[in-house]
Design a protein around this ligand. Structure first.
Ligand SMILES: [Zn+2]
Length: 157
């Protein structure tokens, strides 16, 4: 088993606690996404094979949430291209060959987003950060206690 340093453990704690507030989509939500986009890339319309793991559950706005309303089905190539904040519309324009095609794909994506808006508001970042700080503080105290105990025992020898 690989060694886990306290620093790595703290990063895992941080990540795990953040995920509680911003979970990844469920399997059934991902199935809905595949159906809604008819197993095609939302940007370039390439046909994707789910069994061959060809589809990517791409973040529409890369700095946005993990929620399904910010995700579209994408091919590896479109998913790999960096789409900065709200730049996906410009990105889509480059992937379409006519104004009609562009408008139709944009509307299809926008309808997916608006019809899957989150039912539950996310907690504010400060609340999440306060809980993470509390957990890491408890971790540091436990770590210091264990190190002190070990040292005390070795001094006894
Ligand atoms: Zn694509």
């Amino acid at each position: 088993m690989p060694k886990t340093t306290p620093g790595q453990a703290k990063n895992s704690i941080r990540r795990a606690l953040r995920t509680v507030n911003d979970p990844e989509p469920s399997t059934s939500e991902i199935t809905q996404l595949w159906e809604y986009f008819s197993s095609r890339c939302a940007y370039c319309a390439r046909t994707l094979n789910r069994a061959h793991r060809e589809g990517h559950i791409d973040h529409l706005i890369s700095s946005g949430t993990n929620h399904i309303s910010n995700r579209v089905l994408a091919c590896a190539s479109c998913n790999g291209d960096e789409k900065r904040e709200s730049d996906w519309i410009e990105f889509l324009r480059g992937k379409t060959s006519s104004e009609l095609e562009f408008r139709s794909r944009r509307e299809h994506i926008q309808l997916w987003c608006s019809s899957h808006a989150p039912k539950q508001p996310r907690l504010i970042d400060a609340e999440v950060q306060a809980e993470i700080d509390r957990a890491l503080e408890a971790f540091d105290i436990a770590l210091a206690n264990l190190r002190r105990l070990r040292k005390a025992h070795s001094d006894d020898d």
